[in-house]
Design a protein around this ligand. Sequence first.
Ligand code: SAM
Length: 395
Amino acid sequence: NGRGAGGLQHPRWVRINTLKTNLEKELSSTFAGYEKTTDLRQVMSVPPPTKLYFLDPHIPNLLALPPRIDLSRTTAYTSGRIIFQDKASCFPAYLLDPKPEDGDVVDGCAAPGNKTTHLAAILVERAAQEGAVGSHLDVIAFERDRLRTKTLEKMIKLASADKVVSIKGASDFLNANPNAQEFENVGAILLDPSCSGTGIVGRDDALTIHLPEMNPTANGNTKSAHGKKRKRDGEEKAAAQSSVPLQLELDDSVEEESPAEDQLTERLTALATFQLRILTHAMKFPNARKITYSTCSIHFEENEDVVFQALSSPIAKQHGWRILQREEQVSGMKDWPRRGVFNVENSDITAEFTPDERKDVLEACIRCDKATEDGTMGFFVAAFSRDKDAIQKPS
Ligand code: SAM
């Protein structure tokens, strides 16, 4: 149930797609007649007030609106000028802070593409600010799943990110050779791998978003081709929550999915093993200087523990990777109050870090809690960094 304290409901988060428009233009067209509020709780109130918007103080170009305001039939939405994207889901690209001088940017787990288009928008905006218009910008988007690649392609096109994004469709990021020539300019990597999806806000908050032209099988529909209900795994739910132009309808299968505790532990172990693999794979790209790792999971095992394990891995040590400290993070992210948590019982890495080191890492980790006055889904993100002199030539 997404109703938090005091009869609040999850807001509708809307990211203004600066590849196509800008905040001022949308405020005076799509949101003409909307009143501005500086109190997020007002837009989250039940019963919902009328036309109100809240301009987010942490993420640029992000608005919160009362959840029942239906924008799905506006041309702003159907033409990709606005994108429905939870605030938490905007953290990774913003925290990665890609700049034209960083070189190529990789999105390792891209579909349906919300973070990919956000990366592209930030890069293009940065290039304009730096007077580097026309400079070569490339976001390389990997997606393993064939059907989800189709959704990704549509999303990239709709958002006008296709000039900047090259899609490696039906392509496993783990099979990408970090030392291949085509990746020699990769300087920044965003990783948002499949996860348990336990941070996703419950069905009471689910809104049905319609966009014609979308492939029903690729868009989070919970019925199989034979009409038989199948369980969606975390990554599908994650994608649905990312609020692309998708039909988002949470159904009974959500409840059916609550596994017994030992099943959950088993599942978390399997997911964390995969997540750590993907993160340490990214650490092998010879010229990468920054990585973000995110999940929409609430579990320590998929979040802080993966970060601790990655930092203490031989690969991180060999390649000189460290956590991006809180004070080094972009404004908005360093001001965000919810930070990492530690679960001693579920971790065997305590011996690797002194209490001070552990504290610093947790302080660097960013969490979002669902069903709070923040109005976000449950989410986790951390960034890694390495200094130029830590970069080694591949041996
Ligand atoms: N970042 C996306 C967004 O914000 O719209 C959501 C990503 S979703 C949580 C994870 C995606 O990663 C899924 O589409 C899944 O198919 C893909 N994936 C999982 N493992 C992968 C791998 N090894 N290589 C490439 N894609 C992968």
